[in-house]
Design a protein around this ligand. Sequence first.
Ligand SMILES: [Ca+2]
Ligand SMILES: [Ca+2]
Length: 425
Amino acid sequence: MKHNTTTLVLAVLIMSLFSSLWALEITVGSGETTSTSHLPIYAWDEYSYSQQIYPAAWIGSAIEITKIRFYWVSGTTENSNDWTIYMGNTSQAGYSVLVGWIPVTSMTQVFSGNLSLPSAEGWWEITLDDAFLYNGTDNLVIAIDENSAGNCSTPPGAEWRSYGTDIPDGGKGPSEAKSSIYYANDGLENNPDPANPPSVFDEMITITNVINQIILVDSDDTLPVELSSFTAVATQQNYVKLDWVTQTESSMCGYYVYRSESNVLETALQVSLLIPATNTSSECKYSYLDTEVNEGTWYYWLQSIEYTGESNYYGHIFVSIESGDEDTSPDLVLVTSINKIFPNPFNPVTTINYELRKVETVNISIYNVKGEKVKVLLSEEKQPGSYHIVWNGDDANGRTLASGTYIILMNAGDIRSSKRAMLMK
Ligand SMILES: [Ca+2]
Ligand SMILES: [Ca+2]
C-alpha cells in the first residue's frame, strides 16, 4: 500500500470578540415639524384608537423593537395615559374610505399600562412589554388604544411631533391611501375595542396624511455574536473543514464563508450559501466543508450578518494542502450537520438530508420565523451515517402551513445545525 503523504495543517486560531455594547435606533420620519393633537391619541376626547403605517422604505431594515419613542411637544395627557399598543408587519400601504383598520388579530400586543409624561418637551420613551420583530420587508403598523376614562381639562391636550406626507407607492387606488386612521370619542359608551373597531364609515373616524415622527429602539445590549473559535483543517479527502463556535448570538441572520489564494480579504470569494444562525445565548458549533479546493494554501474568512444588515469579518485563517500521492484513502469524513434541503423553495414536500459523525440522539424540528416550534420531525438515537427525512410542510397537528420561510434546526449532542426552507404555494 502506498503511503499517503497528505499533510494536515491545523490553521491559526483567531479569536475575535466584540467589545462594545450594541444598541440600534432608527428614526422614522423627517425632522420637519408640524403638530397634531390627534396622533397617536386625542387627549381632548375621552377615548381614542389610532393606527399609523410606516412604509418599509422609511425604516430601512429589520429591527427587534424593544422601545418606541414619540416626540412630545406640549399639552397634557391627563386622563389619557392608559395605553395598549399593538404592532404588526403588514402589506397594507395606507387607509382610505374603502380600506380601513388593520385587524388586531394580525398584530401583536406589545404594551399595556399607564404611562407618565416627561417633565419637559422631548422624546417620550415607552419600553415595550414584549419585543416586536419588524421584518424589514413589510410595512410597520403601530396601533394605540387609549382606555382611561375622562379627558384632559385644557384643550387640545397633548401634541406630538408629526409631519404630513404621502405614502410612497400608496394612493394609486380609487381613493388616495393615507398614512393614519383614528377614532376619537367623548362618551363612556364609546370606548372603541380594537377587536371590533368602529366602521370606517362612522363619522368620528378620520383618515389623515399626518404621521408621528418616531424612534424605534433595539436596546438589546447583548453582543450580536461572540465567536470563541474559528479553525480550518484539511481532511483526508483534501477538502477543507471549517469549524467555528459561538458563545452568544442575538439578532443574527447567519454566516458566509469566504476563501482566497492570498491573505487579502478583497480577493476572497464567497463560497458558502448563508449558514443560518440559531440566535441562542448558549454555545453553538458550526461546520462547513469546502470541497472545491486543490493543492495549495488557502485563506478563509467568516462573515457574520445581522438582521440590521451589519456584518463583520473574522479571520483570516489558512490551511495548506500538499498532496504528494494520488492514492489517498477515500475515507469519508462525516460532518454532523444538515447538508441539503431539496427542493427549496418547495411545495408541498421537501427532503432534508443530514449526516452524523458519531452516535447521537438527533432532534430535527421546524420553527417559524417568529422562533415558534411548529413541528418535531425526528427525535431518536442514530448511528453515524447519511440520512434523509421528508417534511410535508405541515405542523404538529398535520395542518398545512402558510407560505413563508421556516427554519429547520437539528440538534445532535452539542452540535446544532440549521437551514432555512421556503414553502411557496
Ligand atoms: Ca381618556
Ligand atoms: Ca379602547
